[in-house]
Design a protein. Sequence first.
Lengths: 248, 248
Amino acid sequence: MELRKTLIERSENMWRDFLPHVSIDCVIFGFDNNALKVLLLRLKDQQQWALPGGYVRKDENVDDAAYRMLKERTAVDNLYLQQFRTFGQTQRSEGFFADYPDDLWHKQRFISIGYYALVNYAEVTPVKDSVSAECEWKDIGDLPDLMMDHRFIFNKALVTLRKQLNYKPIGYNLLPEKFTMPELQKLYEIILDKKLNRGNFYRKILRYDILEKLNESRKGGAHKAPDLYRFDAEKYRDALKNGLQSEW
Amino acid sequence: MELRKTLIERSENMWRDFLPHVSIDCVIFGFDNNALKVLLLRLKDQQQWALPGGYVRKDENVDDAAYRMLKERTAVDNLYLQQFRTFGQTQRSEGFFADYPDDLWHKQRFISIGYYALVNYAEVTPVKDSVSAECEWKDIGDLPDLMMDHRFIFNKALVTLRKQLNYKPIGYNLLPEKFTMPELQKLYEIILDKKLNRGNFYRKILRYDILEKLNESRKGGAHKAPDLYRFDAEKYRDALKNGLQSEW
DNA sequence: TTTCATTGCTTCATTGTGAAACAATATTAA
DNA sequence: TTAATATTGTTTCACAATGAAGCAATGAAA
């Protein structure tokens, strides 16, 4: 039993103290008023803002930890959550804690797992945590200064969203149940960061056969009332299995 | 300085012992003889095989740790390496260490970061580690039993490869410098797990204008000698910036 | 009642795709 | 030496998808 012997011998080294720990950062996206927004916290006594997050416990699945944190910040359960990348630079938190005592627990080496969440803006109530002074939605086109590497993490989340637009139910989770075609197109344009031709967008998205046109329109706007649609959840899921073909 | 006070107070909790640690698992792909292969280890006294991997040190960037492990197994530096997903289930190693003493260091909770590597098969020399009896290339169509969640991790790596085929220099890193069109097509077919029409493949891949046709052919085969190509590294890089358009 | 911006939908030239066939060629078999 | 064969290189053609533009419909505001 050579393997057993080797492992048990090595176990006496106290490697435990030489290993990093694990935290989570969440990029929570919402769509409101034709703008894509992120939920951010401002820490007490600080100018900089932060992504919601926290520490993973030893007895907790990482996904469960992410759901826990998400629920604490939004007061909503079971949001759409997607791990997108892990951030493992040694110096990622150095700047922020520079003038704290060296035995500060938070100064340990942490590796952070990045998640993005997609939420229905109208259903979420932002909730502060105990070290924050504010918790607010911010337009992604006008973000404040972020602490540590959180701006980098946010950028990676947005790029991931762009790449996954044809593979994940992104529109479905960001839009309210009923929405108009111009709203859907606007969401696509923001995520892709480019203008799309209106007629071609209509033609293409309708051909996917994932939308159900309702017998209602959104009155009250300044001009012609746009038709309301909703996703046909089942057809959408089926279509995503192979990915919506081709680029936008 | 409310934030400072809160953080320092909390630091007294010894959360350190309640946090998981971080390891790495690498799926190393190589392409040889028109087959896609993975580099696996068989542990001493064990039937099951394992992905190469190791533990991340406290003072080490995660990417650097992955390169370190990769070099140990392949005797080659600077391979193409890509983080693809982090595996955070609490019970991921439980089965394997079930009949080891509970204070075995390896029985701690580990969260594993998955990387895949793409290597030029001919340049790599598989190297065993100290707890392994064998280190070998295995055909992905005929994998042996893998320990813990390594089969799951492998599957995720393969799916990632498939999704990234149009965004990352996958052919470039798996093939030798000179290769034939049928070899390239075969690689695509294995990764995508579907047959491609030969004529259409030629037309499409050539239109991308990322290949350079050489004035040589591969003699010695049973039939017509296929032309040799190589990637035009610069054009390939440029083309990948926007992704090669459309699906295969 | 008219104006106007926006929405819904169609058209048309161009490009890309799937499927198939033909032509070329290096080896092997006769 | 010649013919057969499997594979490779290239082209064709019908059809589908795309980009760009325009026209018609509509609801609010002037």
